[in-house]
Design a protein around this ligand. Sequence first.
Ligand code: GRG
Length: 303
Amino acid sequence: MTSSKKRTIDFESALLRERESIDRRLGELLERIPERLSIREAIRYSLLGGGKRLRPVLCLWTHDAVGGRRRDVCLDVACALETLHTYSLIHDDLPSMDNDDMRRGMPSSHRRFGEAMAILTGDALLALSFEILSGVAREGRLESGSAIELVGILSSAGGAGGLVTGQVMDLESQKLPRRQEVVDEIHTKKTALLISAAMEMGALVGGADLAQREALKEAGILAGRAFQIVDDILDVVGESHALGKSRGKDEILGKLTYPALLGLEASKKRAGELVRRSKELLGVVRRPERLSELLDYMVERAS
Ligand code: GRG
């Protein structure tokens, strides 16, 4: 989907700077994995090989929007979100799942390293997420109680009630009733809960109060649902080279998607409505502007 609005240069450069700082920190965190371990190369390949870094940026910009002053801690929390997200992409691409050959413009992990190694790389990245979160408390940079809360938020978004069941429903979608509520549930679980977790975790580290946290959590669900609708639309109309993966897979796999159910125009309208409602909830924060632009960017993207 091509952006109808021109993003401000200020926004674009802030996004670029943020991605660079996330990539740098991810690289540093991976230095902790001993060089002699052969899995290190496969982990570096998937984690440092591109990606929009939306979840970590959302986490950091939510922290900033609530007036947070713990950016260094939040950067690690943001990296924990990206390691979990990357694990889910590696497993999603496996032959037993979506069987994708390309990811982030490169051969997918199992194509490059073999299936067993790809499974193990995903496993290692999942564990690394929680190692990073406990690390910030162990190093005395965050109170243990807050670190435990972060672990709780991330594990419930990534676990049986979230990503995993979203993926199960997605895989079984041919057997499910072709109804909008069913697609909404798949989208919430497989995509929106992690995006919501990114915003809630940024809010928590930034010192948001409970009312702000609840509003931002809900804003994340709405934005995450819009993001997944756009992902489904891009699978129909996007450019494979921009997406960095093959297009048209949803139809081949008989997936239950918004475009399949409602058509492209109604799907675009629905994504727009969800983002509008998400942005309304940003009224609870002191500095909503940058975050609000990021939510627009998430649905106006072409990749
Ligand atoms: C336990 C086997 C097992 C699996 C874990 C695989 C899985 C559960 C979930 C997959 C969930 C999934 C891939 C959802 C799709 C969400 C989505 C739109 C991903 C693409 O995100 P982008 O566009 O990707 O942010 P980049 O590459 O930019 O980071």
